[in-house]
Design a protein around this ligand. Structure first.
Ligand code: ZN
Length: 84
């Protein structure tokens, strides 16, 4: 199970989304037509994979148990308390 993380941009709390650039269809087509570009494309896609916030798509998700994560969480809870 993935660790819960917090987004420093929008404050989203939860699991980050794994985003892979490119397309699986292009990858399959390249593999079928030409093996070498298929390998290169697969390696590029794997290398460019990153975790992003599912809400704002920023690459600013940090672990909740990190010092900044804890601080953000505490600030969020304060806001919630004020709103209620
Ligand atoms: Zn976000």
């Amino acid at each position: 199970m993935a660790k819960e993380m917090i987004c420093t941009s929008c404050g989203y709390k939860g699991k980050p989304k794994s985003i892979t650039k490119g397309s699986i269809l292009v990858e399959i087509a390249l593999w079928l037509l030409l093996i070498v570009p298929g390998v290169i494309y697969s390696v590029w896609r794997m290398a460019s994979r990153y975790t992003a916030c599912p809400q704002c798509k920023s690459q600013t998700m940090i672990p909740l148990d990190s010092p900044i994560g804890k601080k953000l969480l505490a600030e969020q809870e304060q806001v919630v308390t004020k709103e209620n």
